[in-house]
Design a protein around this ligand. Structure first.
Ligand code: MG
Length: 309
């Protein structure tokens, strides 16, 4: 039997947050419905932040209450603090994500807090989630390189992974926020983390900024990681990280995984069609490395077939 790999789609939150265009709640629900229709079973749907600070995520409660009710689909909500956590849980969230950037400068520039303060807030939320029976997940951002402080030590990342895991996080997500990782560094970091927690509790969030996201996924797979964050069409980056662009495209990851014999439960045909819909919603061209090939494979071939009779 093929082995399962979970694709956690982050387009509706991470992707949309870095776009200039603000979608309505209805449009965001349309995007999420499209993702669900492709068979995507884990979706970061929104964040419970101030609409003033992040207008792209306005109406989180309204959105959460109207999410497609599909068995086995796990929706996650990003929460920046306990207030956001309470709002998310009140809206029905059963999985909440916190983000801990593992350097001081990134925290100061990103949310105007010290690393120590952010770690405390994240730890408190994870503890609360555990007490409430809510699935808590902790992102470790800039886990390979910080745009302000440079290379990040694997000791530091491992220490925070341990800390968040002890606080109750069910999953630790290693995030290469500026796309600076390479396969060798992925293996070094994951090998070290595997000494303090099982890699079944670890996911990876790679960016394709330098074109190495798929290679990094392969390296993480070899280490035993079976969950990856991706964004449909490669949508989004990080608005606070200078030079950051390009979440790994969902279609690239799914294509590689399925061709390698892993199961994702995602229909590439449907996914390819939905990228076109999302391009219309966000009014920009999207698509990972494989998008043109996928279009020829799944969309244009059908039309040509009709002409050729
Ligand atoms: Mg990202």
């Amino acid at each position: 039997m093929s082995e399962w790999v979970t694709i956690n789609e982050v387009g509706p939150r991470d992707g949309l947050q870095s776009l200039g265009k603000v979608l309505t709640v209805e449009q965001r629900l349309q995007l999420i419905q499209g993702l669900v229709d492709c068979g995507i079973a884990a979706i970061e749907s929104t964040s419970f932040v101030s609409a003033k600070a992040v207008p792209q995520m306005a109406g989180a409660t309204e959105l959460y209450r109207q999410l497609p009710n599909v068995a086995n689909v796990r929706y996650a909500a990003l929460v920046p603090n306990l207030r956001g956590y309470n709002d998310a849980v009140a809206a029905g969230a059963r999985t909440v994500n916190v983000v801990l950037s593992v350097t001081d400068t990134m925290n100061l520039k990103n949310i105007n807090m010290s690393l120590e303060q952010t770690a405390q807030v994240c730890s408190d939320i994870m503890k609360q989630a555990k007490a409430d029976g809510v699935n808590g997940q902790a992102y470790l951002a800039v886990a390979f390189e910080c745009p302000f402080e440079g290379a990040v030590s694997t000791d530091v990342v491992t220490e925070f992974a341990k800390q968040m895991y002890s606080a109750g996080a069910q999953k630790i997500i290693i995030a290469d926020t500026i796309g600076a990782a390479n396969p060798a560094r992925v293996i070094t970091l994951l090998t070290q983390i595997a000494k303090v927690l099982p890699l079944s509790q670890v996911a990876c969030h790679f960016h394709d900024t330098r074109g190495m996201a798929l290679a990094n996924v392969y390296a993480a797979l070899q280490c035993g990681v079976r969950e990856f964050d991706t964004a449909i069409g490669g949508m989004g980056g990080c608005p606070f990280s200078p030079g950051a662009s390009g979440n790994m495209a969902t279609e690239d990851a799914v294509l590689m995984l399925e061709q390698m014999g892993y199961k994702t439960g995602i229909s590439l045909h449907e996914l390819t069609a939905v990228i076109g819909t999302v391009e219309g919603l966000v009014e920009r061209k999207l698509g990972g490395h494989s998008y043109n090939w996928l279009k020829r494979q799944y969309l244009q071939n059908n039309e040509q077939g009709a002409h050729c009779g």
